[in-house]
Design a protein around this ligand. Structure first.
Ligand code: ZN
Length: 295
């Protein structure tokens, strides 16, 4: 299917506020197929994919990348996503097929994830990656990231994330938006933003009603003069490759690799968690990998 996902950035209220809006419907459809996700996991991981895409678009440099880990005590286990400056996104969860009963007609994402921590790791070319951590507030994802921004950047950001499924569980819409007052933003503008967002029930229904993303930007900022400053198509893309997997085998060590070969009918199979691609190596492959290493 043609990828029609899109992410746009805007400035509002005379450049005092930045806004990011994304439609990641196709990515969520695709990741659901790759991992055979249950409905509830589709909603949970879909929300995380939306915020990962948004946060990736806020990276400053071509080489920058980030990773998000949501580790709760709920049945889904860990949720891991990665994104980079080019908006190439990947993700997986520990237990993709777990399904929970809906509560009041809503997917029970909070119980699926449980209580725990949210970790953001940013590799922005410094010696050490930047690591930000905070407790999960509601485990509904959007509130947790709003809290993360409040704690890590001391800004009252607004985060809204949504995944709509039809009654058969098909993904109708997956989207999100992020609003952040820039430094020295007057407090009246922050009040206006909060008022504008109080009555918005669901980002996905708004995205379905308003075909035009610019109209969405106007509604969520209560500013008719928002201006678009960036537009890019995000995509689901795994960057695993032969070299990376071979390096993983090298770091395992020759002895350990030989042991696995012996116990596993003459081959080592390594599956990429993100895209499920299986890399298979036989004894000759292993010998030549370590020969090239000079062992
Ligand atoms: Zn992969």
């Amino acid at each position: 299917m043609k990828n029609q996902d899109i992410l746009k950035k805007y400035l509002a209220h005379n450049d005092n506020v930045r806004v990011v809006i994304c439609d990641v419907t196709n990515m969520v459809k695709e990741i659901r197929m790759i991992h055979n996700l249950s409905n509830t996991v589709t909603v949970a991981l879909g929300r995380v994919i939306a915020i990962t895409t948004i946060m990736s678009s806020l990276l400053d440099n071509k080489e920058d990348r980030l990773s998000i880990q949501i580790s709760g005590n709920g049945p889904v286990g860990n949720i891991i996503t990665c994104g980079n400056y080019n908006l190439e996104i990947k993700g997986y969860v520990s237990n993709p097929e777990i399904e929970l009963k809906n509560v009041n007609g809503k997917y029970n994402v909070a119980e699926l994830i449980g209580q725990g921590m949210l970790t953001v790791i940013k590799d922005i070319g410094l010696k050490e990656p930047y690591i930000g951590k905070c407790k999960l507030l509601t485990s509904q994802i959007a509130e947790d990231f709003a809290y993360y921004y409040l704690m890590s950047e001391q800004t009252p950001s607004i985060v809204s994330l949504g995944v709509n499924l039809d009654k058969f569980g098909n993904v109708l819409k997956a989207s999100g938006y992020f609003i952040q007052p820039l430094p020295d933003c007057p407090s009246e503008i922050i009040d206006t933003l909060e008022k504008a967002n109080k009555d918005i029930k669901s980002v996905t229904s708004m995205m379905m009603d308003l075909d035009n993303m610019l109209d969405v930007a106007k509604v969520i900022t209560a500013d008719n003069n928002v201006k678009e400053i960036y537009s890019k198509a995000p995509k689901l893309l795994c960057d695993c490759n032969d070299i990376r997997i071979k390096n993983a085998i090298i770091s395992m060590g020759y002895k350990e690799a030989k042991n696995i070969i012996e116990e596993n009918n003459g081959k080592i199979e390594i599956k990429c968690n993100f895209c499920n691609k299986v890399y298979s190596f036989n004894e000759n492959d292993i010998n030549s990998i370590f020969k090239n290493e000079g062992n």
